[in-house]
Design a protein. Sequence first.
Length: 277
Amino acid sequence: MTATGWHSSEAELRDEIVRVCHLMWQKGLVAASDGNVSARLGDNRLLATPSGVSKGFLAAADLVLLDLDGTPLVQAQDGTSRAKPSSEILLHLEVYRQRPDVRAVVHAHPPLALAFTIAGIRLPECMLPEVVINLGEIPTTAYATPSSAEGPRAIRELICGHDALILDRHGSVTVGCTPFEAYMKLEKVEHLAKVALVARQLGRVSELPQEEVAKLIAMRRTALGLSPEYNGEACVHCGACGKAAETHSSEGEGIVSDELRRTIVESVVQELARRAS
Ligand SMILES: [Zn+2]
C-alpha cells in the first residue's frame, strides 16, 4: 500500500475510534475517563485510546500506536503522559491473542448491564430475538481486579466463543470487525439490560419459547456461516440448544411465580378491603 493510502486508512480508523468514544460518552456507557477502544492497524500494530482521557473529549491525535504486546511505538507529540495506553489494554491484548478474526475491541462500563452483575442476575439473552441472532449468549466472567492480570485470565476462554462479555462488577467487552461494529454490540447489551430491567419492574421477564430460540439460532448460524453442528450459544439457560443447564424457574432471579403473584394480590386486596370496612 502506498504511504498516502496507508495514512488514509490510519486516519479513517482514528476517526472511527474517536466517533465510537464520543458515542460511548454521550450515551452514558462510560463515566469520567473509563472505558477504552482499540483496533488492529495492519497485522502487527494496534491503535488504542490513551490512559486518563474522557472519551467525550478524545481527539484522533490522542490515540496511541502499540505493538501486539502493548508497547507504545510512537511517543506523544506533546510529550505528555497521554502517550500511555489505558492500563486496561491487557484485556484488549488478550482478545487479539485469542481471536485473530477480531479487528476491534470496545471496553465500557454500561451501568445497567453492570448493575445486573451486582444484583447477581444474569442478562436474559433469550428475551429479544435480535439479541439471539446478533450476539447469542452474553456470559458474565468471574470477578477480576481491574487493570490486573486477572482480567485477561477471566476473559481468556469465554472470548473465544462469544462477541460480548459482561465483566463482573466492572463492565463489558465487545468485539467486531470494526470499532463501530464492536460499539453496536455494546449498545445492544445495554439495551437488553434496560428492557430486562423495565420488564422486571412491570412484572416478570418472559423469555422466547424454546422453538423460537432454535429458529433464531438457525438464522444466526446461516448469517455467520457457522457449521451445522453449531447449536447456538444463546440458549444454555432456556434449553432450546440442547445444552440446557438450568430452567428459568430454578435460577433464583427473584421472578415471582404466577401462583405466588395471585396469593400476594389476593392478600393485598383483602387487606385493603379490611381497612375500608
Ligand atoms: Zn474498565
